[in-house]
Design a protein around this ligand. Structure first.
Ligand code: NOJ
Length: 548
């Protein structure tokens, strides 16, 4: 697929993320599984994606749905067996699809054998695999770090009289990357999966692996967004380069680092091809542009556009961006950035997917996004399964009303994107024959893959067609990016090489006057009314034009 040998394959790829719990349940236990994915490989092939990123499929007690790993070399029982994994990979390889898996090594589960040993006592050979500290001078916490799922980032272990560090839940103790044995263990488990034939890793909160020397207290300001301190440890780049030298350079891989706490400039260093660290990073700037702590604020189209330009410039000539608007940690893109009113959801999802697929960088689609799946109508806090919702609620309930907290969780909660895939309009969207682990969105009746596969005007059809068209378009894959109208409040208008992309982000029809310096020579993809330099964009529609 790469036109030039020096251009890595992943720059031209489209990635599709699968959250295995919610994709397809093949055995009726209410939880998605690996055979369920294997059964849908033809669907993915027809969609036209090249790479699947599989969220964690490893043995886990599921405190955080697999982001708490008990055994890095074992498949989660609910998901199947290693033979099922091998069959999935073989099925993908046979169809020319690649697989990247999740590498979750900032922390493990507290049920991992290393931690079980580590907590046995100060003399245990595994003690130093994790980060243990004596109580602070007043007998309390070693420092004032907070955990992302609520409460302090330290938990006291009665048996050994020390605290251990966990940036996330207490069941997710942080590994000690200062210990060379830990790094070797990680390198080893990476080789284990690469030797099986996976094509790389999405690396969970990878900037957090290097801790601040001495773990000093955070300032009040830093406590509002501790990720920027956690991501700025001094050894991060060394650890990544070592990983590259020891492991990745010996395989043909794609590495995507989740860059939580990293600014666009910091991200440039992580993905600079001359530095030998990561290939791509997952930025938070766009998906979290309207978030203040746990609260959702508002966003505007000019602000969104400014971020796209900033990120494009930050990538520079030696970096390459990921393009995504949703994943398992964020609400559904059509609900957050588009208009999920039933009358507008299809058009608006097409605009959102057009944005993802026409920006400069490697697009990442999240399962269900190709259908325009929406947020779930949660009614009470009890409807949420995610530990983040309950953990943060404990932190703020003394000062925030339940009504306000619920309104935010409905808009931002991670379970919005974790509800099961909507395959048909049958019971539970045919995700499972049993009781789904998380309720299926009642709009499966209207939004489902079966219906959209049959309909040429569906979101699915549009997404497929655009992926196919993108493959043949050097402009979309390689062309420079330039926002031609950064201040327009309803139309997003940008050049990609010799193409002009116009996206109408609202319900009102816009007659958009394209400046003369971009002479329109015709429509390149989709239909729209074009009269000389004026393009009529109906509410929530897009157009891709050839310009001279
Ligand atoms: C980021 C993952 O994407 C998220 O789902 C998880 O809860 C945290 N890292 C902790 O692993």
């Amino acid at each position: 697929m790469s036109p030039r040998p020096e251009r890595p394959w992943w720059k031209d790829a489209v990635v599709y993320q699968i959250y295995p719990r919610s994709f397809l349940d093949s055995d009726g236990d209410g939880v998605g599984d690996l055979p369920g994915i294997t059964a849908k490989l033809d669907y993915l092939k027809a969609l036209g994606v090249d790479v699947v990123w599989l969220s964690p499929h490893f043995d886990s007690p599921n405190a955080d749905n697999g982001y708490d790993i008990r055994d890095y070399r074992k498949v989660m029982e609910q998901f199947g067996t290693m033979a099922d994994f091998d069959a999935l990979l073989a099925g993908m390889t046979a169809r020319g699809l690649r697989l990247i898996i999740d590498l979750v090594v900032n922390h493990s589960s507290d049920e991992h054998a290393w931690f079980v040993e580590s907590r046995k006592g100060r003399d245990n050979p595994y003690r130093d695999y994790y980060i243990w500290r004596d109580p602070g001078p007043d007998g309390g916490l070693p420092n004032n770090y907070g955990a992302f799922f609520g409460g302090p980032a330290w938990t006291f272990d009665q048996g050994s009289g020390q605290y251990y560090l966990h940036y996330f839940a207490a069941k997710q103790p942080d590994l000690n990357w200062e210990n060379p044995k830990v790094r070797e263990e990680v390198h080893d488990l990476m080789r284990f999966w690469l030797d099986k034939g996976v094509s790389g890793f999405r690396m969970d909160v990878i900037p957090f692996i290097s801790k601040q020397p001495g773990l000093p207290d955070l300032t009040l300001e830093q406590r509002r967004a501790p990720q920027f301190v956690y991501a700025a440890g001094p050894k991060l780049h060394d650890h990544l380069r070592e990983m590259r030298r020891e492991v990745l350079d010996h395989y043909d891989t794609l590495t995507v680092g989740e860059a939580f706490g990293v600014t666009p400039d910091g991200a440039r260093d992580l993905m600079d091809s001359r530095r030998g660290e990561l290939n791509l990073v997952i930025n938070f700037d766009i998906v979290r542009m309207d978030i203040d702590g746990w609260r959702k604020t508002t966003w505007t189209l000019p602000r969104l556009k400014a971020l796209y330009t900033q990120l494009d410039q930050a990538a520079g000539p030696f970096g390459w961006n990921t393009q995504f608007l949703s994943n398992h940690d964020n609400p559904r893109s059509v609900s957050h950035f588009g208009d999920d009113d039933p009358a507008w959801v299809e058009r608006s999802a097409k605009v959102i997917n057009t944005l993802i697929l026409t920006q400069r960088g490697t697009p990442f689609l999240y399962q269900g996004e190709e259908l325009g799946m929406t947020n779930y109508p949660f009614q009470t806090l009890d409807d949420f399964d995610d530990l983040e919702v309950s953990g943060r609620w404990r932190d703020v309930q003394h000062r925030v009303s339940e009504e306000e907290y619920l309104a935010n969780a409905r808009a931002m909660g991670r379970d919005n994107s974790r509800t099961p895939m909507q395959w048909t309009n049958g019971p539970n969207g045919d995700f499972t024959t049993g009781q789904p682990w998380l309720a299926v969105n009642p709009n499966a009746e209207a939004i489902n893959a079966q219906d959209q596969t049959a309909r040429p005007d569906s979101v699915l059809a549009h997404t497929r067609a655009l992926i196919a068209w993108r493959r043949g378009s050097v402009d979309l894959r390689e062309g420079d990016y330039r926002d031609i109208d950064p201040d327009h409040e309803q139309v997003f208008a940008y050049r990609r090489g010799a193409l002009l992309v116009l996206l109408n982000f609202g319900r009102e029809t816009v007659r958009y006057a394209v400046p003369a310096e971009h002479p329109i020579s015709g429509l390149a993809f989709e239909t729209a009314e074009v009269e000389r330099q004026t393009v009529t964009l109906a509410g929530w529609t897009s157009a891709i034009l050839a310009v001279g």
